[in-house]
Ligand binder design. Sequence first.
Ligand SMILES: Cc1cc2nc3c(=O)[nH]c(=O)nc-3n(C[C@H](O)[C@H](O)[C@H](O)COP(=O)(O)O)c2cc1C
Length: 251
Amino acid sequence: MNSTIQTLLNHKTIRSYHTTPIKEEVFNTLMDVASRTASSSGMQQASIIHVKDQKKKDIIAQVCKQDYVAIAPILLIFVVDQHRNHHIAMEVAQHANHTHDVDRFFQGFTDACLMAQSVVTAAESLGLGTTYLGAIHNDDETLIKTLNLPSLTYPVVGLLIGHPNIEPTLKPRLENSLRVFEDEYVSHQEYLPLLKHVDEQMQNYVDTRNPGRSMPPFSQQVSERMNYANPIRLKMGQNIIKQGFSFNLDE
Ligand SMILES: Cc1cc2nc3c(=O)[nH]c(=O)nc-3n(C[C@H](O)[C@H](O)[C@H](O)COP(=O)(O)O)c2cc1C
């Protein structure tokens, strides 16, 4: 055990922040951490937009349908970024034939996710709270317009950072035996009997972030989520293509 592992094992999403600003030197350190993260082929195919303009923060809070997005001291949007490398390759060789490929898209997507998680770990190690915002995809088009994202970029995930105004308890997880396999994937005939423990834990879990709202069993949460789709989010594929990427499905 060490303090890094302690930080990771103590992770909780924070959904309420003090307005106290984050010191510039802390912000700069977090950005250095992001920059130091491993990147596919060393191509650094992701970038970060630090959203400071209050009007833009308000728009993103509306997209996310979460008020505190507008209040948290730091709002970051991690983006797939092949725009920069496309230009670099054009300047060097006057052609850049493979900056829009599905492979490049996912290299950038993975880079963005890893950068975000490095920042989360670093921020939490400093006692700060964080919230991932997948909800930015509730309206990709508005986000792309608001952040002026050029071709060959695409928003991956948002991240809030601030001083926590709440101390939630740890949210239950599946047992490792259901997610960690040896040598090959293990599929079960019936999952519900194997979920008894986590279902119970979830029901007993008091989510201080949503006081008064009881938590359904995990299996019920899965069933509800897997039977719902936000129609706008179903257009993510089209939005990625509109940003200039190609999934090479015809080849
Ligand atoms: C990619 C990703 C997107 C997420 N998007 C949101 C979001 O839009 N809003 C939110 O409140 N939490 C969001 N979360 C946080 C999850 O809801 C949270 O991690 C999960 O419920 C487990 O809780 P815990 O982080 O406290 O352990 C997101 C997490 C991930 C990894």
